[in-house]
Design a protein around this ligand. Structure first.
Ligand code: UD1
Length: 424
C-alpha cells in the first residue's frame, strides 16, 4: 500500500519552526569520516531517510555506524574495503562522495554509480577529471567508477562548472595527497564550507573555504572529530516561501539567515516583511497577496536550483507574471506539469518558464517527482481550494523531517493517509 498526503487548502501558517542540520551537508560529512581511523561524531543530523542510507553505505566498506536521534557516530577501522557497491549506493546521490575519501585513503576505489533525484543529467566527468589530475586512473566499469593510483600528488584543477559534488570529492581526495592542490572555480555553497571546517578540525590544511579557489596542502593522516552540521538553508527557505504564499507569519530558527540573503531579498520584493536574527533565523510576515518577481537559478551565492519549485509555486499565486530561468538542472521543470494539474497558468520554453499568477489554485491529485518538487506541491496545495492529494510522499521524507507534523502545528489541515491511488 502506498502513502499519500491529504491537504485542505486555505490555511494561513503562523508560528515558529526549528530547522535541523542540512541534508546536503550531513551526508558528505559522514563520507568524510572515512578519512580518519577512529570514531567521528556528527551532531544536529536531520532525521531523514538518507542519513541511515548513508550509514548503510559506510557499513558496506567496513565502518560501524550508530545513529541515535540527531547524533551519528561513525567508527572507521584501520583497514577499509575499497568497494562501495551495495544496494544503498543507488538510493541517493551523496553516496558518490565516498569516492574521494576512499581514493585519498586507500589509493583505490570501486564505487557504484549513485542514485538520487531525477532532476536531469548528473554526469561525473568533473569528479573523474579531478581525480585524474591528482594522479589516479578513473573509468566506469560495470556500473561503477573504478579509480586507482600509485600515489596522489597535488595539482592545479579548474572545474568547468562549480559542481558541488566534484568539489567535495576532489577536496576529500586532495587532503591526503602529497603536496598542494588548488581547485579553481570551486563550488561556494555553505555546505562546502561546512565540510572544509570539519576537515580542518580533523587536521587538514585548507585555505579559501567559501571562495571559488580552494587551496589544499596535503597531510599524512587525519584524526576523528566531533562536528555539528550547519542548519538546512533549503528547508529554511521552504518555510520562508510557505509564509509568503499563505500570507502567514513564520519565525524560522536553526538556520543562518546569511545563507539565504538573496532569497530573503527577493521575497521582500514580493512584498514580505522580513527580519533576520543575528546568525540564527529570520521571521517572514506576508500581509498582502505576493507580487510577481523573476527568479534565475545559479550556483551559490545565486538562487539555488533546489528552491526553483518554490519559486514556481509562489509565482503561480502572485499578482502579475514571473519568468523563472533554470540554469542547473533542466528536468526540474517537470514539476510544472503537476502545478498545471493544480490550475497554475504556467508553461516552459527551454530553460525558461513563464508563470501568470492566479488568485487561487484548484485541488487535484498530484505526484511528487523528487524531494523539492514534493515540498513544492505541498506549498501549492496550501493555496488551493479543497483537498489536494500528494502521492509518492517518500520523496518528501528524504529531505524534510517531521514536515506534516510541523505544518499541522503551524495551522495547516494536513494528514498522511495509507491507501492506493485511484489512478496512476
Ligand atoms: C548537489 C545537491 C543538489 C543540488 C545541486 C546543485 C547533494 C546531495 N545534492 O548535487 O541538491 O541541486 O548540488 O546545487 O548535495 N555536472 C557535470 N559533471 C560533473 C558534475 C556535475 O556536468 O561531473 C553538472 C550537473 O549535471 C549539473 C551541474 O553540474 O548541471 C551541477 O551539479 P552539482 O553541483 O555537481 O550537483 P550535485 O553535487 O550532484
Amino acid at each position: 500500500m502506498s502513502e499519500h498526503i491529504d491537504l485542505q487548502g486555505g490555511a494561513r501558517l503562523v508560528g515558529e519552526v526549528e530547522v535541523v542540520g542540512a541534508k546536503n551537508s550531513v551526508l558528505k560529512l559522514m563520507a568524510a569520516a572515512l578519512l580518519a581511523e577512529g570514531t567521528t561524531t556528527i551532531t544536529n543530523c536531520p532525521q531523514i531517510l538518507d542519513v541511515p542510507l548513508m550509514g548503510d553505505v559506510l557499513r558496506s566498506v567496513g565502518c560501524e555506524v550508530e545513529i541515535d536521534g540527531d547524533t551519528a557516530r561513525i567508527t572507521t577501522p584501520a583497514e577499509l574495503s575499497h568497494r562501495a557497491d551495495s544496494a544503498a549506493m543507488g538510493k541517493l546521490r551523496a553516496s558518490v562522495c565516498v569516492l574521494g575519501p576512499l581514493v585519498g585513503r586507500l589509493k583505490q576505489a570501486v564505487v557504484a554509480l549513485p542514485g538520487g533525484d531525477a532532476i536531469g543529467q548528473r554526469p561525473l566527468d568533473m569528479h573523474q577529471n579531478g581525480l585524474r589530475k591528482l594522479g589516479a586512473t578513473s573509468t566506469i566499469k560495470h556500473g561503477c567508477v573504478v579509480a586507482e593510483a600509485d600515489g596522489l600528488h597535488g595539482a592545479q584543477i579548474w572545474l568547468d562548472f562549480p559542481s558541488v559534488g566534484a568539489t567535495e570529492n576532489i577536496l576529500m581526495a586532495a587532503v591526503l595527497a602529497e603536496g598542494t592542490t588548488v581547485i579553481d572555480n570551486a563550488a561556494r555553497e555553505p555546505e562546502i564550507s561546512d565540510i572544509c571546517t570539519m576537515l580542518v578540525e580533523m587536521g587538514a590544511k585548507i585555505e579559501g573555504a567559501g571562495t571559488s579557489t580552494l587551496t589544499v596542502h596535503g597531510v599524512e593522516a587525519l584524526h576523528p572529530t566531533e562536528h555539528r552540521v550547519i542548519g538546512d538553508r533549503i528547508v529554511g527557505a521552504t518555510w520562508a516561501f510557505a509564509a509568503a504564499m499563505t500570507r502567514g507569519d513564520l519565525t524560522v530558527k536553526g538556520v543562518n539567515p546569511h545563507h539565504l540573503d538573496l532569497v530573503l531579498d527577493k521575497l521582500r520584493l514580493a512584498g514580505a516583511d522580513i527580519t533576520t536574527f543575528d546568525g540564527d533565523g529570520f521571521r517572514v510576515v506576508q500581509a498582502e497577496r505576493p507580487q510577481a518577481v523573476d527568479w534565475v537559478t545559479l550556483p551559490y551565492p545565486g538562487f539555488a536550483t533546489d528552491l526553483q519549485p518554490f519559486a514556481v509555486a509562489l509565482s503561480s499565486v502572485s499578482e502579475g507574471t514571473s519568468m523563472i530561468t533554470e540554469n542547473v538542472y533542466e528536468a526540474r521543470f517537470r514539476f510544472i506539469e503537476e502545478m498545471v494539474r493544480l490550475g497554475a497558468d504556467a508553461r516552459t520554453d527551454g530553460h525558461h518558464a513563464v508563470v501568470r499568477g492566479i488568485e487561487q489554485l484548484s485541488s487535484a491529485p498530484v505526484w511528487a517527482a523528487d524531494i523539492r518538487a514534493g515540498a513544492g506541491l505541498v506549498l501549492a496545495g496550501l493555496c488551493a481550494d479543497g483537498v489536494t492529494e500528494i502521492w509518492d510522499v517518500f520523496h518528501i521524507d528524504r529531505g524534510y523531517p517531521h514536515f506534516v507534523e510541523n505544518l499541522n502545528r503551524l495551522g495547516a489541515d494536513i494528514k498522511r493517509v495509507i491507501g492506493d491511488p485511484e489512478r496512476s
